[in-house]
Design a protein around this ligand. Structure first.
Ligand code: TXA
Ligand code: MG
Length: 325
């Protein structure tokens, strides 16, 4: 059920959450699938609907730093980051407080907890009116593309009567940066819009998890964010019949078959940002992959994206999406 996120609709959705139902809602990153984080039965519905492995913990969304500090133990680094970068696309992993009221299945039984205050006004209003923290993963079946538009949620998550609060396309388009503050130095478990350049001036050196160590973010290692159609990364040409996802100048891209139009209006061709803007590319990534995924092409050739700034997060998602089934 797509419902425009008006104030009365947000009130109704908050009531549904208090009754233990799920509600999908927009955040500035991607759409989330929310449940009352203190209600284990409600949280269990998230795992079931997404077909998500039970060992993969959820992010707890709160409305204020004060509420976050009731759930997790904040050291000075966490306090600094929360006061400077929240609300925003940053998730902090901190030690859990005992007796914090959060259902054990929301954190997959770990003694740490992932916390975030989203910046989107609809998300903020929903958490406020629900009056409870919301456990909310991205609103997509586990392992698939994250939803950046309400239609994606409605199309991919088939749940009768699920309220999907519609707030248009999300602005950032990639999931939040996940930062582990249980270690020194802190470590980025999932790159996102907030990078080392913003974190290090605030809390000193931060490491990038390289994926070779023990799994800390269980959702992070295997195939994820994936299209059904196989991806061919760093493509310098397009083979006959292939779909193509470009970035910036595509003039040099070779085309295998004669007569194939070198024209981004072609139904199998998209450009993440003709201007080569990484922010625009992040915003469009999942929606364009979703369109090309539906085209029926045997593969999607993806042009190289520079490994800098948001390009790091975009390449992280693309490389996981390209892991074969
Ligand atoms: O932008 C976002 O973060 C979106 C919106 C809806 O807020 N949410 C989102 O949730 O992307 P999800 O569940 O798709 O991704 C959460 C990530 C997973 O990789 C999970 O393993 C990790 O955070 N995570 C959660 N709790 C953790 C913990 N205690 N320790 C390590 N990783 C954790
Ligand atoms: Mg997800």
């Amino acid at each position: 059920m797509l419902i425009q996120a008006t104030p009365p609709a947000i009130q109704d959705a908050a009531q549904a959450l208090r009754r233990g139902e799920l509600v999908a809602f927009p955040t500035e990153t991607v759409y989330g699938l929310g449940a009352d984080a203190c209600n284990g039965m409600a949280v269990a519905k998230i795992y079931a609907l997404k077909n998500r492995p039970l060992h993969n913990p959820l992010i707890i969304h709160v409305a204020s730093v004060e509420d976050a500090e009731k759930i997790g133990q904040f050291d000075s680094r966490a306090q600094t980051l929360a006061s400077s970068l929240w609300p925003g696309p940053l998730t902090l992993i901190v030690p859990k407080r005992n007796g914090n009221g959060i259902a054990a299945n929301a954190t997959a039984g770990l003694d740490t907890v992932a916390l975030r205050i989203p910046a989107h006004p609809v998300a903020a209003a929903l958490i406020q009116s629900a009056g409870t923290p919301l456990a909310a993963p991205s609103a997509n079946p586990s392992g698939t593309l994250s939803p950046t538009r309400p239609e994606h949620v409605a199309r991919h998550l088939a749940a009768q009567g699920l309220i999907v609060l519609s707030g248009g396309a999300t602005t950032i388009g990639l999931e939040s940066t996940v930062l582990d503050l249980t270690t020194h130095p802190a470590r980025i478990l999932r790159p996102g819009a907030i990078g080392l350049d913003e974190l290090e001036p605030l809390i000193g050196p931060v490491q990038m998890a390289d994926g070779t160590e023990a799994i800390k973010a269980p959702g992070q290692l295997k195939r994820h964010y994936a299209t059904r159609t196989p991806l061919r990364l760093n493509a310098v040409d397009v083979k006959h019949g292939e779909a193509f996802l470009g970035f910036g100048n595509v003039g040099f891209i070779g085309v295998e078959s004669v007569g194939f139009v070198r024209d981004m209006d072609h139904h199998l061709w998209r450009n993440l940002s003709p201007e080569g803007d990484l922010h625009a590319a992040a915003t469009h990534l999942y929606a364009m992959l979703d369109e090309l995924d539906q085209s029926g092409a045997p593969t999607i050739a993806v042009q190289a994206i520079p490994m800098q700034g948001l390009g790091i997060a975009i390449n992280d998602r693309l490389s996981r999406a390209a892991v074969p089934k």
